[in-house]
Design a protein around this ligand. Structure first.
Ligand code: ADP
Length: 252
């Protein structure tokens, strides 16, 4: 009887692995439960997020749209472990993100999340290579030179390793910030208006880079955007208004 059961388990496991290999099996990587965030007190209180719940599958490319001030950045920051919710929970790979202490949360931010901002947020006194490898150095680990070389090539900034951010164009600076976000191969990439400061050619290049990394490493990608062309390239679009989800549509 025991042997019979273990054979069934083996067959089930094979089926699961096969489905996984074929990309048919969905794996939930992110679960957001009744998330609310209130800033300020008394008359100055602002409810930036109001009871938001959704799940995201591993490898999914999700676009978040909505008017300015609707709570998009607040949501992204909470997903990335940067800002704490007033109530509700975020689970990443089954782990309750905000049940962690501050040290664990800092490690989570460095290793499991890559954040990209509209204005790049590079350190002006550090060169390209130093900016990209910063998360590894902050983690007290040795830089993997092969990984750095690979990223410099993918990002097409080879030869500019020693340049400072102010010696680069906007598109190049955004590439460096993507490199920094990718250096630790995070499972989750979060981008807040990553093309908001770029022309249309550079915008599409940056989106292609993010999409390639999403596909190549099966990373989950969440982008906030005002650009309809970018939103329509996502697998799914979530619209937010006044801190609530008003639409959640699968595009492809
Ligand atoms: P979006 O990214 O959609 O433009 P945000 O998440 O930045 O929206 O902001 C949502 C609301 O929360 C806005 O009313 C904004 O003014 C407010 N808000 C955001 N961050 C803070 C903060 N640190 N302190 C006070 N209010 C804030």
């Amino acid at each position: 009887m025991k042997r019979y059961n273990s054979n069934i388990t083996k067959i089930n496991l094979r089926g699961i692995l096969l489905k996984q290999a074929r990309g048919e099996l969905k794996m939930e990587i992110l679960k957001v439960e009744n998330l609310s965030k209130t800033y300020g007190k008394g008359d100055n209180q602002v409810k930036a997020l109001d009871n938001v719940s959704f799940t995201v599958q591993k490898g999914e490319f999700l676009a978040i749209i909505g008017p300015s001030g609707s709570g998009k950045s607040t949501l992204l920051h909470i997903l990335g472990g940067v800002d704490k919710p007033t109530s509700g929970k975020v689970f990443m790979d089954g782990k309750d993100v905000y049940a962690q202490n501050d040290t664990q949360l800092a490690i989570f931010r460095r290793r499991e999340v890559g954040l990209i901002y509209q204005f790049y947020n590079l350190i002006p006194v550090l060169n390209v290579s130093e900016n990209i490898t910063l998360p590894v150095l902050m983690d007290g680990r040795k830089v993997n030179q092969e990984r750095l070389e690979e990223l410099l090539n993918i990002l097409q900034i080879k030869g500019r390793e020693k340049h400072l951010p102010n010696q680069l164009s906007g598109g190049q600076q955004q590439r460096v910030s993507i490199g920094r976000a990718l250096m630790n191969s995070p499972a989750l990439m979060l981008a807040d208006e990553p093309t908001g400061n770029l022309d249309s050619k550079n915008s599409q290049d940056i989106v292609e880079l993010l999409k390639n990394s999403n596909k190549m490493y099966n990373q989950t990608l969440i982008i906030i955007t005002h650009d309809e062309n970018i939103a329509l390239q996502a697998d799914r679009i979530i619209a937010i208004e006044d801190g609530r989800i008003t639409r959640d549509e699968v595009v492809r």
